[in-house]
Design a binder for this molecule. Sequence first.
Ligand SMILES: Nc1ncnc2c1ncn2[C@@H]1O[C@H](COP(=O)(O)OP(=O)(O)OP(=O)(O)O)[C@@H](O)[C@H]1O
Ligand code: SF4
Ligand SMILES: [Mg+2]
Length: 324
Amino acid sequence: MALLSLQDVSVTYLSGGKRVHAINHVSLDVEKGESLGIVGESGSGKTTLIMAVLRLLPPGRARVEGTAELEGRDLFQMSDQELSTVRWEQMSVVFQKAMNALSPVHRIGKFLSDIYRLHRPDVNKRDARRAVEELLILVNLPPRVFNLYPHELSGGMMQRVSIAMSLLFTPRLLIMDEATTALDVVTQNQILDEIVELEERMDITRVMITHDISVVAGTCKNVAVLYAGSLLEFGPVDEVLVEPMHPYTKGLIESFPTFEAEEREPLVSIGGSLPDLVELPQGCVFAPRCKYACDLCRQKTPEMRSFGGKRKAACHFAGGEFHE
Ligand SMILES: Nc1ncnc2c1ncn2[C@@H]1O[C@H](COP(=O)(O)OP(=O)(O)OP(=O)(O)O)[C@@H](O)[C@H]1O
Ligand code: SF4
Ligand SMILES: [Mg+2]
C-alpha cells in the first residue's frame, strides 16, 4: 500500500463568482521511503495540492474532489478530530514562512514543549523539555535557542525550528513547501542534507514542493511535474531528469543551467505563460506553449500513460516521435 495515494484529485477555487480550476484530476502515489519532489512554475498548483491533502483549504472558497489516502485512510472523509491527530503524528508540514507557524510572544522551547504536551498529556514538563532540546540538537541548533523568541532567530535558524517542530512526533510523511527556498544556497544545502539524513534515521518520507529542479535532483527519489493544475509527468528522478518524456519537463530542465554545461536561459525561457485557470484550453493544457502542438493536441486531452516501471507522461507523442 502506498504511504500517500491521490486519486483523481481536483481543486476548484470559487473566486469573485468565477471558478478557478487550480488542480485537475491529479493521481499519484508516494511510496514509503521514496521521497517525491513536486515541480512546476509559479501558479501551477503545488501549494494548492498539498493544502488540499492537509485539508487546510477554506471549505466555502475551495471545492476539493477525489480521494487522498494516507496509509489507506481517506483524509478527505476523516473527522476533524481524527485529522488533527493525523496532521501532527502521521504527516506534518513545513512552509516557506516558518515565522507564521511560531508564536511571537512565546520562547521557542516553551512553544514546542506546549505542543508536545498537548498531544502527550501524560508527559511531564521536564520530559517534554528534554524531548524538545533533543530535537533542537537533531536539527543542528544550539541549546540556547530554547530560550529565544522567534524574532531573535536568523532565517536559517527559524527554518530549522520549524523542521524540528514538524518532527515532534516523528511523522511518516513530511511535506515541505518551498521550505528552504528563501535561504542562501549554503544554508539551504546544509539543511537539505540534514533532512535527508534524518529521514533515513527516522523512517520519514518527504514530499517536497519546489520550483528548483536541482533541489529535487539532489534529494528526491521520484519527481512529479505539475503544470496549470495537471500532472504532466511522473517517474524516478534519475530517469525523468535525464530523459524527460514530456515537452514541458524538457523545457523546465533546459532552463536550469545546472543540468547543462553551457549557459542557459532562465526558467521563463519556456515561451508564453500559464493558461487562464478559469477557462482552460481545450485538449492538451500545454498546447498553447508547445512547439510540437498539432490539431490532435488542441482537440483531445492526452491521457496519462505508463511507460514501464514508474514512468508516466501525459502527452500524445511521449515515447514516440515529435514533429515541429
Ligand atoms: N484562495 C484562492 N482563490 C482563488 N485562486 C487561488 C487561491 N489560491 C490560489 N489560487 C490560484 O490557484 C493557482 C495555483 O496557485 P498555487 O499557490 O497553488 O500555485 P504554486 O504552484 O504553489 O505557485 P508558487 O510556486 O508561486 O507558490 C494560481 O492561479 C492561484 O492564483
Ligand atoms: S500533447 Fe501535444 S501539445 Fe501536449 S505536450 Fe504533447 S505534443 Fe505538446
Ligand atoms: Mg506555492
